[in-house]
Design a protein around this ligand. Structure first.
Ligand code: AMP
Length: 146
């Protein structure tokens, strides 16, 4: 199976390395283009939408920090160019699907913790991205270090 454009969804933690490495191996094997995306979730959304204080400064700090981390990742993985790395506000599932369609990606790669219990009930980003995805989705199993 050969892919042309692979989109890697990164949470910008140290856990994104195995996800990018797996995607990179696929990209090399297929001669595919490799793109990265990180979504900054609006803080108000995390608090349920109704917050009685101004979060704009904190939100900007969060965005700037994510931008810095994404730039560091690009330096680490030179096959990803600045043009192919995307940082946006929103809901991860929605934004990842939107970008995959817009950029004509044929594979989305995400990390998966294979959660159990309550987290399983609440779902995960990998699960969320899988539903209604516009293309194939690869969930890379993340192994706990501890
Ligand atoms: P989670 O279910 O939130 O632990 O995340 C599992 C995987 O979803 C991560 O390894 C990333 O591939 C992806 N992911 C989680 N959060 C984000 C985000 N804010 N932006 C892009 N991808 C994300």
């Amino acid at each position: 199976m050969s892919y042309e454009h692979i989109l890697v969804a990164v949470d910008l933690t140290e856990e994104c390395d195995p996800v990018i490495k797996r995607a990179r191996a696929f990209a090399v094997a297929s001669g595919a283009k490799l793109s990265l995306v990180h979504i900054v979730e609006p803080m108000a959304m995390a608090f349920g939408g109704d917050v009685p204080m101004d979060l704009s400064q904190l939100q900007q700090q969060q965005f700037d920090q994510a931008k810095e981390r994404l730039e560091r990742l690009i330096l680490k993985y030179p096959e990803v160019t600045k043009e192919n790395s995307h940082l946006t506000y929103g809901q991860p599932r929605q934004e990842i699907h939107h970008l995959a369609k817009e950029q004509h990606c044929d594979l989305i790669v995400v990390g998966s913790h294979g959660r159990h219990g309550l987290a399983l009930l609440l779902g995960s980003t990998a699960n969320d991205v899988l539903h209604g995805a516009p293309c194939d989705v690869l969930a890379v199993k993340l192994v706990k270090n501890s």
